[in-house]
Design a protein around this ligand. Structure first.
Ligand code: ASP
Ligand code: ASP
Length: 359
């Protein structure tokens, strides 16, 4: 069974009676796995956004639960510490009435590729149909997808990708730039691309170690944003080359070490955590110096447009990459990101489940 629906139908099947009726063309969800967002077209991103709208409506109900994935098993296999992403997937799967199995594996037990493959085969033999996986090694979910019979969702792999984070970030930006009202968002022309085109979005901080940034580059350039990456030179390594290759493919973004240039007139500023656990010696002189030169403070934020959105994927080092008063300030949408994470993950689980033959 493949899911061939227009977004409104997707929403209706998922949550019955939620009736946004976009006039856009029918879009098919054709991906069995969600390993990254690099292959998602603008229309597919829109489908995820609209399906998320429907899931948001479910979450607003007194009993935020629908039977969509009843009888399906979602296994959450995390080889790296996580609270928010793991819990968010778990809540999302439970809201869809799936059976959830949680496995926290120690990375050491899978230092060999074979053991990862064995684990994936074992969880499949135990009934897993949708496998949400996080691993410290980039590419590990791709290996899992080669052997797993169901769908693999990448919950973050090494420095490489964090697709659901990029989707929830996109959803949060779209919602805030489009205004709060559902009706306004669904109006013809209020596509994500229409809302983001030409908006200046800055990703600031530890780009080097950031799978969040690498996934966001795809979704934000696909949506036509004027994307800027900013950080100290040691944490921007490789992005200049990527930027010049990407501009050839029409996916433009700018790279700068100047925080003033990046922040000036920005519509959205996304600060990234300094990933101390992945930091090789010598990339930064000190956290104090980093905070002084690149931290998102109130003074720096004043360079951006009035009301510019402040984002952070969490967990935050307050006082390092972001000042506490900015993180908690009126421009911050950081808690919206967390809330939207559940709705986006419900949408993605739903779309992937539709590509499987029900057992
Ligand atoms: N690694 C962080 C946590 O566990 C953030 C995340 O997983 O999204 O909370
Ligand atoms: N939570 C995000 C991640 O898991 C960002 C971070 O850990 O800083 O990649």
């Amino acid at each position: 069974m493949s899911l061939v629906v227009d977004p409104a139908e997707a929403a209706a099947v998922a949550v019955s009676s939620v009736g946004a009726a976009p006039e856009s063309e029918a879009v098919a969800w054709r991906h069995r796995h969600l390993l990254d967002v690099d292959r998602l077209s603008g229309a597919e991103l829109e489908l995820v956004m609209r399906t998320t709208d429907a899931m948001r409506e479910v979450l607003a109900r007194p009993i935020a639960k629908v039977p969509t994935l009843r009888g399906r098993q979602v296994t959450i296999l995390f080889y790296e510490a996580s609270t928010r992403t793991r819990v968010s997937f778990e809540v999302a799967a439970k809201n869809l009435s799936a059976d959830v199995v949680n496995i926290a594996a120690a990375s050491s037990s899978v230092s060999k590729g074979e053991s990862l493959v064995d684990t994936v085969r074992t969880v499949e033999a135990l009934g897993a149909q949708l496998l949400v996986m996080r691993h410290s090694v980039s590419g590990a979910p791709y290996l899992a997808a080669e052997v797993f019979g169901g769908s693999v969702l990448n919950g973050g792999d090494g420095w490489h990708a964090h697709p659901t984070q990029a989707l929830l970030d996109l959803y949060t930006i779209r919602e805030r730039l489009g205004g709060e009202s559902q009706a306004a968002r669904s109006r013809a022309g209020a596509t994500t691309e229409g809302l983001l085109a030409g908006r200046k979005i800055v990703i600031l901080g530890d780009l080097l170690h950031s799978r969040v940034a690498r996934s966001n580059i795809w979704t934000l350039t696909a949506s036509g944003a004027d994307l800027w990456l900013c950080g100290p030179p040691t944490l921007l390594r490789g992005f200049e080359a990527w930027a010049s290759r990407s501009s050839v493919a029409g996916r433009r973004f700018q790279v700068t070490t100047s925080v003033d240039e990046a922040l000036r007139d920005a519509d959205v500023v996304m600060a990234l955590r300094i990933q101390r656990e992945r930091m090789a010696e010598g990339l930064l002189p000190s956290l104090r110096e980093y905070a002084a030169r690149y931290g998102l403070t109130r003074e720096r934020l004043a360079l951006a447009r009035p009301g510019a959105l402040v984002m952070h994927p969490g967990p935050m080092n307050e006082g390092v990459e972001i000042a506490p008063d900015v993180a908690a300030g009126v421009q911050s949408v950081i808690t919206d990101q967390v809330t939207n994470g559940v709705a986006v993950r419900m949408a993605v689980l739903y779309l992937l489940a539709g590509t499987q033959v029900p057992a």
